[in-house]
Design a protein around this ligand. Structure first.
Ligand code: HEM
Length: 273
């Protein structure tokens, strides 16, 4: 057998890793983009046209007629949440950042402002109306909103102080939190597809719902911490190939789940607007 020189195998490892990362970024961004368009068209569109009973199609009681402050908080939450879903990947792509720094700064201000409004809107809704799932969901989502607020303020503070490494770390944490709202739907979709409604109730207070009130953002934050700490280590070729395969599998799962959501909920929802 002919031995493959180590520089060649390192090169193959690098290229595979680079392209698998790109594949995941593209599938994730396309999915977030479509989810964002759906939120603006379906939810924010319903607020603009005063047709808010439509909000209750997915989550019963999301719209409650006697709670105008809660509805306003939610409408702001939808618009800004969609903006951060659509912008997230653009801000983190290093090629775009390096080539157009001014664009990165301007979009960064929009991203951070929108994150703050999304979090405050969600927290306002919890305070005025309360979540459908009650205490545990209030705590899970309350903590989620608090963390998003903290990450947005810290990312801004470190950018202004030109402490780029700290800024990037907080920006990654903010991104992990922003895509969590998208992951929440994906994870529910996968669970319901694989195991049916086991552990889930219509009022979101079953055992699955109580775990999910935290599970959609805690693992993402842990992954950011692990990646950040491992950033200076160059993994060997087998580790790179293993990482590449998991990225490709994740990208395929994202593409499949996106196709199912788009076909059943997002595209019909955009059509209803
Ligand atoms: C990118 C960020 C976010 C997006 C795109 C987003 C989007 C949405 C959407 C579309 C809904 C409507 C229900 C559904 O379709 O499931 C919703 C509900 C909700 N969101 Fe968010 N959200 C985001 C972040 C947050 C944050 C940070 C909080 C934390 C305070 C939060 C709290 C809530 C609450 C409390 C509800 C109502 C749940 C209920 O009816 O009980 N969201 N969000």
């Amino acid at each position: 057998m002919v031995a493959v020189p180590s520089t060649v195998s390192t090169h193959i490892g690098d290229v595979t890793f680079k392209w698998s990362r790109r594949l995941l970024t593209i599938s994730l961004w396309a999915s977030c983009l479509l989810f964002g368009v759906y939120i603006v068209a379906f939810y924010f569109g319903a607020y603009l046209t005063d047709d808010m009973t439509r909000w209750n199609v997915v989550l019963p009681d999301l719209y409650r007629p006697g709670e105008p402050q809660g509805s306003f908080a939610m409408a702001a939450h939808f618009l800004c949440g969609a903006i951060i879903l659509m912008l997230g990947a653009v801000q983190l792509i290093s090629g775009l950042r390096n080539r157009w720094p001014r664009m990165h700064h301007n979009l960064g201000r929009v991203y951070i402002g929108a994150s703050i409004v999304t979090a405050v809107g969600g927290l306002g809704y919890i305070a005025f109306v309360g979540t459908i799932g009650g205490f545990v969901m209030d705590v899970g989502f309350g903590l989620y909103g608090g963390l998003m607020l903290l990450a947005a303020v810290q990312a801004l503070r470190y950018a202004r102080a030109r402490q780029i490494e700290q800024h990037q770390l907080w920006a990654w944490r903010l991104f992990a939190l922003a895509i969590a709202s998208w992951l929440y739907r994906m994870e529910y979709g996968l669970w319901l597809g694989l195991f049916g409604a086991q552990g889930h109730t219509a009022t979101f207070d079953g055992p699955l719902d109580q775990v999910m009130a935290f599970f959609f953002y805690v693992p993402n934050l842990l992954i950011v911490e692990i990646l950040y700490r491992a950033r200076d280590q160059t993994p060997n070729v087998p580790v790179r190939l293993l990482a590449s395969s998991s990225l490709v599998v994740t990208a395929l799962v994202v593409a499949f789940a996106t196709y199912q959501f788009a076909r059943r909920i997002w595209i019909p929802g955009i059509g209803m607007a």
